[in-house]
Design a protein around this ligand. Structure first.
Ligand SMILES: Cc1cc2nc3c(=O)[nH]c(=O)nc-3n(C[C@H](O)[C@H](O)[C@H](O)COP(=O)(O)O)c2cc1C
Length: 191
């Protein structure tokens, strides 16, 4: 089994990457393969509403000049997805939204190609807007007919400068429990 995590931050190896790695380590302890894809420095555009995905029905976006189709391939090859984002103006980053809009539209055009995969949101912020970011990501999982595991609190951690999130002990615990619950759910779905 495999889980792929996408980090929508513009900052490579920042707080979002640090905290999502706590989830991935728990999954690995349970024998689940993981991969972290960081968007920082990579090109990913928003949906241009060409609707070619509904004509082509080839499980790919018709716009092929950025990393989006590589991301779709990784999503299709995985049993679980983690979408992680820092909070930017009380919402997810533009890059992660681009993934959601385009992969989400391609999925709808292809009879729900992420149906019954397991999905979890991971959110970081300095102080405010986390629940809104968390909800934005979960809307994608729910309309994609995916299954969402919970943790002991919403999957949120706090920090501003790179590495500050390591001081958020409760945030770290939440991510560990999320990893355990995600592994538990994946194992039962694939039993
Ligand atoms: C453009 C921008 C907007 C931000 N907006 C918010 C915000 O609305 N609320 C908040 O608490 N922090 C906000 N932050 C702070 C980041 O969420 C915080 O620094 C986070 O740790 C960054 O994660 P990273 O290290 O993975 O990039 C913002 C940062 C940037 C660059």
């Amino acid at each position: 089994m495999k889980v792929v995590a996408f980090n929508g931050s513009a900052r490579k190896d920042g707080n979002t990457a640090i905290i999502v790695n706590y989830v991935l380590r728990e999954l690995e302890k349970e024998g689940i393969e993981t991969e972290l894809v960081q968007f920082a420095g990579k090109k990913i555009h928003g949906c241009i509403a060409c609707r070619k995905c509904f004509e082509n029905k080839d499980r790919r976006c018709a716009v092929k000049n950025d990393i989006l189709n590589d991301c779709i391939e990784k999503m299709l090859d995985s049993d679980g997805l983690i979408l992680a984002s820092p909070t930017y103006f009380a919402d997810l980053t533009t890059e992660l939204k681009a993934l959601i809009d385009r992969a989400g539209y391609v999925a709808i055009a292809n009879d729900g190609m992420f149906k019954r995969k397991v999905g979890a949101a991971v959110v970081v912020a300095r102080r405010g807007g986390t629940i809104h970011t968390f909800d934005s990501i979960n809307h994608f999982f729910l309309i994609s007919q995916m299954i969402i595991p919970g943790s002991r609190y919403w999957n949120i951690a706090f920090g501003r400068e790179k590495g500050e999130v390591e001081k958020d002990e409760e945030g770290i615990q939440i991510m560990k429990v999320l990893g355990e619950n995600m592994a538990w759910l994946l194992k039962r779905i694939h039993a």
